[in-house]
Design a binder for this molecule. Sequence first.
Ligand code: ADP
Ligand code: MG
Length: 596
Amino acid sequence: MSDKHIHLLSERVTNKIAAGEVVERPASVLKELVENSLDAGADQVDVEVVEGGRRVLTVADNGRGMNADDALMSIQRYATSKIGDVEDIESISTMGFRGEALAAISSVSRFKLTTRSEESDAGTEVVVSGGKVQDVQSAGCPLGTKIEVRNMFFNVPARRKFMRTARTEFTHVKQKFLVYALANPAVGMTLKSDERTVFSLTPGDGLEDRIGAIYGESLSSALRTVEHSYAGVNIRGYVALPRVARSDRSDQYIFINNRPATAPVLAYAIREGYHTLMPSGRHPVLFLFLQLDPGLVDVNVHPTKREVRFRRSNDVRDAMIGAIRKALETPSSAAPVPPREDGGHAAFGGLDKRSSIDIQDLPKAPVFQYPRMSMLDERPLQDRSATEISQGEGELETGADTPWARCRVLGQIGGLFVVLETEDGMVLMDPHAAHERVMFDKFMDQVVNGKVHSQGLLAPETLDMSPDNAAVIRKNEEVLKDLGFGISSFGGDSFIVDSVPSCIGEVSIAEVVENLAKAADRGGKASSAEHGARERIAMAACKAAVKAGDMLSLSEIEKLVVDLALTKMPYTCPHGRPTMIFMSFKELQKKFGRIN
Ligand code: ADP
Ligand code: MG
């Protein structure tokens, strides 16, 4: 092919290119093979890997199998038994439908397919290597299909390099396996790794039993049943109480019409649903199944991505929030397992306590003295905002993955709360909590990256502390220094402070220590128990800094709104109080009796 004329690529080459899209690593091969097994009606699926799937990955099922012709057909690109025409794509109910997976997988591995359908006694074995059929013969085998994938990417060195260690690949394999095990409790599933049985899940379990078989009793006892319908969205499953929260989202399983799926709006709804129950940086465990009209879900955004789009995402969001809140608020008798010996109260206790703390902690009087703004701002556009991001008619844009893509600051009420209009409704924001969140994130970013800047005080401050508070300082002296507080002992319970972290501003260390001591006093509060000393001090510092309160102008409020939207955890302040309350136009219309 040295001449540069245009030519069509050979099928082998196009398969290899397509493989790059579908097959990323062993876990993605597992996904395709297990989905095929489920589509084939199997009620037993056995997965086995060697070296995390890098060396061997096998999926065997007892589904309907294939005859010899279909077996050969199945490894051709665009060969599928699942759709016949474009119209079918709209109403797809099986999981695979593009007819690409087997062609792709067999073009980048040493591949062996063994299968038998009911129509014949003899099965078929097809051996493919790097996309070339090596051997086809009849073979004795049980009803169903077994696919063995060896030496993934043996012929694509560039992709081979991207595979990680056997251990990492196995982590991904296991995660994928669990997704399908949870979505299909009626199907028996086993996972073996390097000869060791990791999971052996019996068929016919309900979801509850399956969760128990995978995660054990401690998680099961913290689950609440979810059963909720709203605007054509039906949600069922389980959510766990906040006490079993995780540090990442890996134990959040969401299925839309039985397919594992994610969507930014769902992440938002989970946050909002748990609201103040979840300390910042923690993520609830949940298993939720959403059913809605498939015509309202765009699933084929990308063949390997789980991200979906909803035609009516506000409905989905509100249904999720409602489902989670209802489940968490229901008395513990609704829990799937009977309450423990100490009664239902224990399971519910954590919840009760936190929400009462939150109410106490709400500011009783306005802390900020923001200037009041007129609801209609007549100023010319170029004067409106100091923020770079500001757009159009006073619109602020924050982009995807934030609570709102764009919004408009309408004004302030009660001398405190900021009112925003977003695409979906109205938001009331507590600037005090918002400011704390923004500052905390910025501060922690610097701390984590070792980039805390300290700012010298013009006049060093001498502190005469109470013995208790002095003890707090001594205990945390090292951490305080790491965080940019220049503090040294001045004999007895006195200290001298000559610098403070610059991103916090002129914060009074006496107040920081007060806040710290108070937080430590509350003891049981999850946020102080679970955060390290660094976080606690950073939280106390932000609280003190915000109380010091500057006057904020419109442009500063706009900046705050944008900064808040861009934080990792915009919905609560670092102490877990809400930063905003959202009311959708839908809700308003309902309240006014325009819709029901
Ligand atoms: P798709 O699943 O998108 O149709 P695949 O490449 O994954 O494409 O599979 C091609 C075809 O091979 C399927 O449509 C199905 O007819 C057949 N097939 C694949 N795996 C199995 C299996 N485990 N059992 C029965 N038939 C299968
Ligand atoms: Mg498939």
